[in-house]
Structures are given as structure tokens and as C-alpha cells.
Ligand binder design. Structure first.
Ligand code: KG4
Ligand code: ZN
Length: 365
């Protein structure tokens, strides 16, 4: 079975073709990062308009890369939430229109379920149950995953998400958007021990995270370093490259330490020996290296999606739809009614065995 997947929840247009037997056949992506950079964050209206421009050419590209035509597609999956309403509607509307014209089912997918299951696209593939560390720009959660659609929240961030912490501190250091990859690159030449940053909630029991205090601590350090060179305002552009790199390294080390400590604690508490990392921050090299080492020392296994599938993409959406179909959670007759809605806010905990009910679909006919 070949599934076409659309992702358009935020600032990436992702289109992919996934075969239930052969895995990812093609995966085309356009990131809007450069367009939003001037504004320091995503502008929802610009995001929606760009998705409209990109989604059809990317679909053509994916089909051509996979050497397939629309006639070869058995189902179309799309991100139905959470995300930006207008952006979600582009993927949902395109998927439904195309599915209607082809007489195929259109399957709504929860964005975080896409991230959560995406490590199963890698080889070897993690079997259920496992602990999932979901670290994206909007979410930081530890979850016990018992099977498809069976997710138990162990802990989550009380304030900023890990990706947000990367992005906000990157902004403080004068780096562009999105800050995570740029801060990680700058950290490579830095000394993480020069600045002492807090690790909020590190030693508190439970699996909740907090990152907003870290951002304030970095701001204080920037302020101090600026004062030391005769500037009253916190403006990282007056600092030398080494100081900025040292601040980046200390920030990255603090975020990674917190993520690792809570992940290991949740493995201990659940008694599970498999950890899966998903979401954009899962692309972070230091996080990957240190988790591999820490899990190896404990006799636990850690799984990551392929790096290019850590950040938002269409393959994870098509794959999650495949897993849901395989688990018998898709009513393919209902999916052919082509009535749809999107859910900008949609807690993963509300995702049960039936996507149809959870979506509270309304008919647009
Ligand atoms: O999952 P994702 O692509 O989008 C959301 O669903 O939010 O995650 C994006 C987040 C951004 O905050 C970005 O800065 C972060 O992932 N990110 C990274 C890296 N690559 C992406 N953070 C740290 N290191 C990276 N290499
Ligand atoms: Zn995401």
C-alpha cells in the first residue's frame, strides 16, 4: 500500500510517499525558515500562503522521485493538528480534494503521533513498549508508548519547550531563526564550563521539565559579559566570538543534561529498556551522542529517527497513518466522506483509537 503524506502544521511543507512494505519511497520538503527569519519567528499568514504555493510542486516532485503517478496512491494522510489553523487547512484541504478526486481515503494524523512513531522508520525499528522523549519547538514530553494509539504522559514541560529554549537563547546570542541548529553549530567551538548555568528541576522527582529559568540565566550572563566590556545593555553582538561560543556551549550542555537525566529516570521508573527520541531537537548531535553513551552504560537501547526525519516532514505523517491503518484504527469508509476539520490545539492524550471521533469532524458539503 502506498500512502501520500502531507505535513503543513507550521513552517515546513513536507510531502512524502511511504510504502507499507518498502518504507519511505520519496520525501520532498520546503522549509520557510529564511522567509520567517526577518521576523524572528513564524508569521502564520505568510506560512499559510507559502504552503499553498509549495504543496502541489512538492507533490509532483515526490511522485517523480518515486517514479510513481497519482494512480499508484492508495490513501492520503495529512496533519490535522496541532499547529497553525491556516497552515493546517492547506494540507487538510489539499489532501481531501485530491483524495476525493481519486476516490481514495484521506486520513487525519496527529502531528505528535507522527513524530512519536517516526523512529520506527529507522532500521533497527524499536518495538513497543518504549519510553518516548518528544522534543520539538512546541513540545517537550516524556511518554510511555504501549502501542499505536496507547500513549501515557509521564511528564512534560511546565513552561518553554526544549526547542523553544534553544530558539530563545539563540536569539539572545544574536543568531538567526530557527536557533537550535545555529546554536548547536556555535557551541562546537565553545567551552561549556566557562559559564555556570542552572539545570531547573534536575534533582526534583517526577518527569516534568522547566526551561524558562535557563533563558533568564543566559540573559544575566550576557548582561554581565556586556558590562565587562563596557556596555550597559545586553547585546551579544558586542561580545567576542569565543564568549558567544562559550555561552552557546553552556546552554546546549544544560538543556541536554536535563533531557538526559529525566529520560533515564523515566526508564528506571517504568522498568522499560527502550528509549525513543523524536522531534526537531532529536537532530542535536550532542543529545544523540550523550544519550547513546548513557543508555549503553545502563544496558538500555536508544532509537532516533533518521536525522532528516527529526524535524517536520511528510514521511512521518504518512507512516503514522500506515501504523494506524495497520492497527485497525482507521475507518476507511468514514475517511472517504471527505468531511474534515483541523484542530490547532489537540492534546495527544485525547487521541484514542478512532481518529474520526477525536476530530469531531464537520461536513463542509
Ligand atoms: O519538530 P520540529 O521540526 O517542529 C515542531 O514541531 O516544533 O522542531 C523544531 C525545533 C526548533 O525549535 C529547532 O530549533 C529545533 O527543533 N532543532 C534543534 C536542532 N535542529 C532543530 N535544536 C537543537 N539542535 C539541533 N540540531
Ligand atoms: Zn514537529
Amino acid at each position: 500500500m502506498v500512502i501520500l503524506g502531507f505535513e503543513s502544521s507550521c513552517d515546513e511543507t513536507g510531502v512524502a510517499l511511504v510504502c507499507t512494505e518498502r518504507g519511505v519511497l520519496a520525501h520532498a520538503l520546503h522549509t520557510q525558515a529564511a522567509m520567517h527569519e526577518a521576523y524572528g519567528g513564524v508569521v502564520p499568514e505568510l506560512a499559510s500562503r507559502d504552503h499553498i504555493r509549495r504543496i502541489v510542486p512538492l507533490t509532483r516532485q515526490a511522485l517523480s522521485d518515486a517514479n510513481l503517478s497519482l494512480a499508484n496512491i492508495d490513501a492520503i494522510a495529512y496533519t490535522a493538528g496541532p499547529g497553525l489553523a491556516g497552515a493546517l487547512l492547506v494540507g487538510a484541504g489539499t489532501a481531501q480534494a485530491l483524495a476525493w478526486s481519486l476516490g481514495k481515503p484521506a486520513i487525519p494524523v496527529h502531528h505528535l503521533e507522527g513524530h512519536l512513531l517516526s523512529p520506527r522508520l529507522a532500521n533497527p525499528r524499536p518495538e513497543f513498549p518504549f519510553v518516548a522523549l518528544l522534543v520539538s519547538g512546541g513540545h517537550t514530553q516524556l511518554m510511555r508508548v504501549n502501542g499505536v494509539g496507547d500513549y501515557e504522559l509521564l511528564g512534560e514541560t511546565l513552561d518553554d519547550a526544549a526547542g523553544e529554549a534553544f530558539d530563545k537563547t539563540a536569539k539572545l546570542l544574536g543568531l538567526g531563526y530557527p536557533g537550535g541548529p545555529q546554536l548547536a553549530a556555535l557551541a562546537q567551538t565553545g567551552d561549556e564550563t566557562r559559564f555556570d548555568l542552572p539545570r531547573p528541576l534536575l534533582h526534583r522527582s517526577g518527569f516534568d521539565f522547566s526551561f524558562s529559568g535557563l533563558k533568564t540565566a543566559v540573559l544575566n550572563q550576557v548582561q554581565k559579559a556586556c558590562k565587562a566590556v563596557g556596555f550597559d545593555r545586553a547585546d551579544a553582538s558586542v561580545l567576542d566570538d569565543q564568549t558567544r561560543a562559550d555561552l552557546a556551549a553552556a546552554t546546549q550542555a544544560a538543556i541536554v543534561d536535563i533531557l538526559i537525566a529525566k529520560s533515564l529516570a523515566s526508564l528506571d521508573q517504568t522498568g522499560l529498556r527502550r528509549l525513543v527520541v523524536a522531534g526537531g531537537v532529536g537532530a542535536n548531535r550532542r543529545l544523540r551522542q550523550q544519550l547513546l553513551k548513557a543508555c549503553d552504560q545502563r544496558g538500555a537501547e536508544v532509537f532516533f529517527p533518521p536525522v532528516e526525519l527529526c524535524t517536520d516532514n511528510g514521511a512521518m505523517i504518512a507512516y503514522a497513518a500506515a501504523e494506524r491503518m495497520n492497527a485497525g484504527f482507521c475507518d476507511l469508509i468514514e475517511e472517504q466522506s471527505h468531511a474534515f476539520t483541523v484542530r490547532p490545539r489537540w492534546p495527544l492524550s485525547e487521541l484514542g483509537s478512532s481518529s474520526t471521533d477525536d476530530l469531531g469532524r464537520v461536513s463542509l458539503t
